[in-house]
Design a protein around this ligand. Structure first.
Ligand SMILES: Cc1cc2nc3c(=O)[nH]c(=O)nc-3n(C[C@H](O)[C@H](O)[C@H](O)COP(=O)(O)OP(=O)(O)OC[C@H]3O[C@@H](n4cnc5c(N)ncnc54)[C@H](O)[C@@H]3O)c2cc1C
Length: 246
């Protein structure tokens, strides 16, 4: 039984249980809407370095952001933190059809790489369902993958080199132009690190030749249907006993 207006001890609530709920929602909304976090939009690596150095000195948490499509909410800023958006890093710097690689900035959309490489009969394989919107920097940070990954692997298998900036402002590079870089496999460490190790500023991705034929085939449908029908028949002793008793 909901409390009456007089018996209710919560001051600002109205007279029913629904009122309590509404109050809770208002409070939650106030908590999230209280102070908008500043977003910083650097245009080049030097600005990223300057921002990270300043924030590090001032102990301000920084969260990198690509296109903001991550379902895990990884690009949400921490309390008292700032968002470092890579939205202006959206240039494809080079495509080399001989080595089948592309050098891109992190804000480039996944699908834009394949669109640009199509002129050379190449494409970028990892295809998260969000590929029309998500950024390649976000893909590296999340080690994203879609249906193609069953055959061609995840982002980690399709990236050659990642350049980034540490929170202290130092530039770091993982991997290299060779098929396999010497030393520890730090490329695999940065891929999937969810923006916690460095802000990615440049990526070299592998490109693949476009297949001459791509077909979608649905397999096993008929058998499953037949199975279902068989299942119904098999589960029909009750029905047959019903029929027999009629
Ligand atoms: C409809 C829909 C379908 C999806 N389908 C798939 C799918 O099939 N497969 C899949 O794997 N994911 C999928 N996702 C999740 C999401 O799209 C991917 O994780 C994608 O890689 C996120 O990219 P983003 O640019 O939006 O990154 P954001 O959401 O902006 O950021 C994601 C994380 O990466 C970090 N980050 C972003 N940019 C950088 C950078 N430059 N340097 C360092 N860290 C950075 C952020 O801090 C954050 O932790 C889907 C999402 C949606 C909304």
């Amino acid at each position: 039984m909901p409390p009456s207006r007089r018996s209710c001890r919560r001051r600002r609530c109205c007279h029913c249980a629904r009122g309590h709920k509404a109050l809770r929602v208002r409070r939650a909304h106030a908590a999230t809407a209280r102070s908008p976090r500043p977003s910083l939009l650097p245009e080049n690596e030097a600005q990223v370095i300057a921002i990270l150095r300043r924030c590090h000195e001032a102990r301000v948490p920084v969260v990198a952001r690509g296109a903001g499509t991550s379902l895990s909410g990884g690009a949400l800023p921490a309390a008292n933190g700032v968002v470092l958006s890579l939205a202006k890093f959206k240039r494809i710097l080079a495509i080399d059809p001989l080595t089948r690689t592309a050098v891109v900035q992190p804000g480039v959309r996944n699908l834009a790489i394949s669109d640009a490489a199509a002129a050379y009969g190449l494409y970028y394989a990892p295809d998260p369902s969000s590929q029309i919107a998500c950024s390649i920097g976000g893909n590296v940070a999340e080690n994203a993958g879609g249906v193609h990954c069953l055959k061609y692997g995840l982002t980690v298998h399709n990236v050659r080199r990642v350049r980034g900036v540490l929170i202290t402002g130092e530039i770091v590079e993982f991997g290299g132009d060779a098929l396999d870089a010497p030393g520890y496999d730090l490329l695999a460490l940065i891929t999937g690190s969810e923006g916690l190790l460095a802000v990615i500023t440049e990526i070299t991705v592998k490109l693949l030749p476009k297949p001459q034929l791509a077909q979608v085939r649905a397999r096993g449908v008929r058998r499953r249907r037949a199975g279902r029908r068989g299942g119904r028949r098999a589960s029909s002793p009750r029905a047959s006993s019903r029929r027999a008793s009629r």
